[in-house]
Design a protein around this ligand. Structure first.
Ligand code: F6R
Length: 271
């Protein structure tokens, strides 16, 4: 795992957006996996800014969102489809037909979940999956105890997640109990995962994800098995990491390598 610790939420947003922009430069018809919630909002705002000011072009991009509440139609103000339209899609030039969010109204869950997986496969798989993390260590809505090989399916939300998400609904009673979510196995098939976290409330989950054992009790810990994971966090979310200094040294070495400054890395000294 590559762990990038930055001073604040603003820097996390800019860094995460940079990974997306770099991918789009290399592959304009890339497939992005997207998350909702408060964490990626700053990155979406940065991408919107670059679209407006520098013409960042989303016209060939395909997107797949991680999850959707069951029972909420696409125009419900709290549906994740609506969230994505308002906070991202309506403000860039993405073709809405290329944007995918699981169908919260489908009652034939098994069929619609299988179809979602099929669509991802038909698009060639996800190039870069953006992830937030729950305070209980969930990615997408893969709550503690979810199989680490799980696929897109129906999931019952924990009381912790319902409590965390009540802020968007006004009360806990209004938060749906069920969601359709990509599985941990689905997420692990993405070519690259970009996990973002901001704030002290995520510090335990980030410590358990990066430095804890791989366990279904912290589904984000399964990312340790993935060969290309980037964790971008602010100081507050990184607060409980034991190997913070080492992660900073790795980033410093990476920067010098990218700049071609081999001398500063001591390369050639012994030749
Ligand atoms: C959202 C999602 C969730 C959130 C997580 C953190 O699509 O899949 O896993 O990323 O619950 O939410 P925030 O960012 O609101 O703290």
């Amino acid at each position: 795992m590559r762990v990038i610790i930055l001073p604040d939420a603003e820097a996390v947003a800019r860094r995460a957006a940079r990974f997306v922009v770099d991918l789009m430069a290399k592959k304009p018809a890339c497939v992005l996996g997207l998350a909702t919630g408060s964490t990626p909002l700053g990155a979406y705002r940065e991408l919107i800014r670059q679209h407006r000011e520098s013409g960042l072009d989303f016209s060939h991009v395909t997107t797949f969102n991680l999850d959707e509440y069951v029972g909420l139609g696409p125009s419900h103000p709290q549906s994740y489809r609506q969230f994505m339209q308002t906070n991202f899609f309506d403000q860039i030039n993405v073709d809405v037909n290329r944007t995918h969010v699981p169908d919260g109204r489908a009652l034939n869950f098994e069929h619609s979940c299988r179809l979602y997986e099929q669509r991802i496969a038909e698009a060639g798989g996800i190039d870069l999956q953006i992830l937030g993390i729950g305070t209980d260590g969930h990615i997408a809505f893969n709550e503690p105890g979810s199989s680490l090989g799980s696929r897109t399916r129906l999931k019952t939300l924990t009381s912790e997640t319902i409590r965390d998400n009540a802020r968007f609904f006004g009360s806990e009673e209004d938060v749906p109990r069920l969601a359709i979510t990509m599985g941990v196995g689905t997420i692990l098939e993405s070519r690259c995962c970009l996990l973002m976290a901001i704030g002290e409330s995520k510090a335990t989950a980030i410590r358990d994800t990066v430095e804890g054992p791989i366990t279904a009790q912290v589904t984000a810990s399964a990312l340790q098995l993935h060969r290309e994971v980037i964790v971008v966090v602010d100081e507050a979310a990184a607060n409980l990491l034991a190997r913070k200094d080492y992660y900073a040294e790795v980033e410093q070495a990476q920067t010098l390598l990218e700049a071609g400054d081999f001398r500063a890395l001591g390369i050639g000294k012994h030749a």
